[in-house]
Design a protein around this ligand. Structure first.
Ligand SMILES: Cc1ncc(COP(=O)(O)O)c(C=O)c1O
Length: 380
């Protein structure tokens, strides 16, 4: 090593390697990997080395993807910069120009927007139909249909998808299936085990779990996931090592958080289902033997003043997302489903008084009291 200051400043902190093993996985915060010589470099292309350039692969990103794949009992996984990026990559691994997708109408607004606005640019046709009755799915299938797309628990009205029926329809018509499992998480349900080809997560939500990460994970059949991985790399939709590392940290407590989330949600739903200020409550029944999810959606359009309700919340924050440790509320009409045509929102039941509650990890008495006092103040 040169003794010149400028050279030392650039090189000194790159050389250290330590013998002691760290307890936790180090963060490979590097955009690229280095090689001893040209043969070593060729080793990557011969498949002897896993990493070349972080956009194409990184140990932390791989950790997150493979961990979620294992929890879903799927053979392969890939992580992406966001849930949306993972959804796009998954779809593009199955459908291309001239192909057609049948998707459920009552999905996350961002996915709806991706399907109707972006996929057209790729020459992919979409039919959005009500999946409440699967005869609609069968009727929507065309000669060029490649994929059936839905969510295991839909956002925001929490309809539980009949996965077995979708898989059956797909088999009969030689189609692939893709399910967004964000609300359920692999703790509550693993759609791949029931025959779904690709399972996607907005890891931004429960997987990372602390509202400080944006990430997506796609798991499923090896060939499809690898194909999606190529799309992520080509599109530059890769996840950063630090966000992946945070995602892995979150994943370690997924089961513990979900247990409490689900328990609190169940108790809150029980109290609110009899509340005088609520027109309608949405909460899945018998979703899985570990619980029914941690989101409770209420419709207070007729009985409350919605602005007063939001203003009356004292410590629960208005947050256009979900799944953090803190209980939060979101307003689908104003945020997640804002881009949907009003007529579709009305059809689906996404009303002016719909509130999606992401039930957190606090003491359940405090959560119940907070909603009760806000509803009492908002009551017309
Ligand atoms: C069910 C569902 N899928 C996908 C997404 C998109 O995820 P991301 O924001 O990580 O891109 C969201 C975001 O809210 C969601 O709720």
């Amino acid at each position: 090593m040169s003794e010149n200051f400028d050279t030392k400043a650039v090189h000194l902190n790159n050389t250290a390697s330590i013998e002691s093993k760290s307890k936790t996985r180090p963060i490979y915060q590097t955009s690229v990997f280095s090689f001893e010589n040209l043969d070593d470099l060729e080793g990557y292309f011969r498949g002897e080395k896993n990493y070349l350039y972080t956009r194409m692969g990184n140990p932390n990103v791989n950790d997150l993807a493979i961990s979620v794949a294992k929890l879903e009992d799927a053979p392969e996984g890939i992580a992406a910069a966001s849930g949306m990026a993972a959804i796009l990559a998954g779809i593009l691994s199955i459908a291309g120009q001239g192909d057609h997708i049948v998707a459920s109408k009552d999905i996350y607004g961002g996915t709806h927007q991706l399907l109707v606005e972006e996929l057209k640019r790729f020459g992919i046709e979409i039919s959005l139909v009500s999946f409440e009755n699967h005869s609609n799915v069968k009727e929507a299938i065309q000669k060029n249909t490649k994929l059936i797309y839905s969510e295991s628990i839909t956002n925001p009205l929490l309809r539980v998808e009949d996965i077995h029926s979708l898989v059956q329809i797909a088999k009969e018509n030689n189609l692939k299936t893709m399910i967004d499992n964000t609300f359920a998480t692999p703790y509550l349900y693993q759609p791949y085990k029931d025959g779904i080809d690709l399972v996607v997560h907005s890891a931004t939500k429960y997987i990372a779990g602390h509202s400080d990460v944006t990430a997506g994970v796609l798991v499923g059949h090896t060939d499809l996931v690898r194909e999606a991985g190529q799309r992520i790399s080509n599109l530059g939709a890769n996840l950063s090592p630090f966000e992946a590392w945070l995602g892995c940290r979150g994943l370690k407590t997924l089961h513990v958080r979900m247990q409490r989330h689900v328990e609190n949600a169940y108790k809150l739903a029980a109290v609110l289902s009899n509340h005088e200020a609520i027109d309608k409550l949405y909460y899945p029944e018998s979703f899985s033997n570990r619980g029914n999810g941690a989101i409770v959606t209420i419709d207070i359009t007729k009985k409350c003043d919605i602005k007063t309700f939001f203003e009356a919340l004292s410590w629960v924050k208005i947050v256009p997302s979900l799944a953090g440790c803190e209980t939060s509320v979101s307003y689908p009409v104003g945020t997640s489903h804002r881009s949907l045509p009003e007529t579709l929102r009305d059809q689906l039941g996404i009303t002016e008084g719909l509130v999606r509650i992401s039930v957190g990890l606090e003491d359940i008495e405090d959560i119940i009291n907070e909603f009760d006092q806000a509803l009492q103040k908002a009551l017309l």
